[in-house]
Design a binder for this molecule. Structure first.
Ligand code: SAH
Length: 337
């Protein structure tokens, strides 16, 4: 059952001088609801081609400086085989947004092949599509869908997603549609977008809880120099939510407390801003999932939603041995499924 926290309770947790009691409460709750096992989801970034202009994302169509690629079906299925060999149990297929580049039947065939040949669960993170596409992919065997609402403030959503159709603006509605189609559904937002106030952040968390999600994706905003948002000023100090490790950990802990049963990953963005301890700290603040990157090395640099992604800068981080050693160091273990 979700736990309702009032805005003032959330604000008190965000402002408390010492975050430890909050993080410990989330960690204890995580142990109770999810145990000490950590689910691994192999992330496959299948294409950097994108038609959108999201103000925060380095992969936006306007950024001519990155290479645009689309993996072949064989490469995608091979990445899923890696996940199978390492007993992950699940792959996450993610891409930039272009229906022309990711035709629904093309993706459906890949989903069927992965299911048939590797028996992995399949999570899609392919942004807003038509009901027909969602239905086709569900029928092909996709199990879960990730679609972050990014911010619960409608004016901010519109501003940072210029040129989107009204249909695309309604990500909350898409999440309901996906649920109705039988997908397990995940969503979330970025912490510390320029202009994000503490009030707004409290609202983001409440929206998250109201959605009764199976999965949650939360990470710090990381400015990409080739995006308009990197140039934008923050709110005055004290009003602006910082995109730092401390705030992200508090938000992850609150997400755990408000949605005790959800699967919550310690995200790549958190590891990127704290390469040494980020993922462990997330896993000790309520998280129970980690998503190793299975994208072939030759493509990783081009899937540049933000710069210096940890899987590019410190690729060995994703090696299973390193991962399992990190888990062991904090008394945790890989859980298949
Ligand atoms: N195009 C897909 C996948 C996008 S990448 C979609 O929009 O659903 C997955 C997530 O990365 C996004 O939902 C967003 O929350 C996050 N992201 C994008 N740019 C970012 C940045 N500059 N800093 C931190 N996270 C970012």
């Amino acid at each position: 059952m979700p736990t309702t926290l009032t805005t003032s309770e959330i604000l008190a947790a965000l402002y408390a001088p010492d975050p430890e009691p909050l993080l410990e409460r989330a960690d204890t709750l995580r142990l109770k609801t999810k145990g000490n096992g950590i689910f691994l989801r192999g992330l496959i970034e299948v294409s950097s081609i994108c038609a959108r202009h999201c103000l925060y994302c380095g992969m936006r169509a306007d950024n001519a400086a990155i290479r645009r690629y689309r993996m072949t079906p064989e490469e995608i299925v091979d990445a899923a085989r890696l996940a199978q060999a390492r007993h992950f149990g699940t792959v996450v297929i993610q891409a930039g947004e272009s229906a022309a580049n990711i035709p629904a039947p093309w993706m459906a065939e890949i989903i069927r092949t992965i299911k048939r040949e590797t028996n992995q669960h399949i999570t899609l993170s392919l942004s807003e599509r038509t009901i027909a596409d969602y239905t086709l992919w569900r029928e092909a065997g996709a199990d879960r869908y990730l679609l972050r609402f990014e911010t619960s403030d409608p004016a901010m959503f519109r501003r940072i997603h210029p040129g989107a159709t009204p249909n695309q603006h309604d990500r909350l509605n898409h999440l309901h549609l996906l649920k109705d189609l039988g997908y397990q559904v995940g969503s979330g937002f970025m912490v510390g977008l320029p202009g994000q106030s503490y009030q707004q952040l409290a609202q983001d968390l409440q929206t998250l809880a109201e959605l009764r999600l199976d999965m949650i994706g939360l990470g710090p905003y990381i400015p990409h120099p080739a995006t308009p948002l990197a140039q934008e000023p923050n709110l005055p100090e004290g009003e602006q939510v910082p995109a730092d490790v401390d705030t992200t950990l508090r938000v992850l802990a609150l997400a755990r407390i408000m949605t005790p049963e959800a699967n919550i990953p310690s995200t790549t963005a958190l590891s990127t801003i704290d390469p040494v301890n980020g993922r462990k700290r997330g896993l000790q603040a309520g998280c129970n999932v980690f998503m190793p990157n299975l994208t072939p090395r030759c493509y990783r640099e081009s899937y540049q939603i933000y710069p210096d992604k940890i899987c590019v800068k410190v690729p060995e981080q994703d090696d299973l041995d390193h991962l399992l050693a990190d888990f062991k160091a904090i008394g945790r273990f890989q859980q298949e499924g």
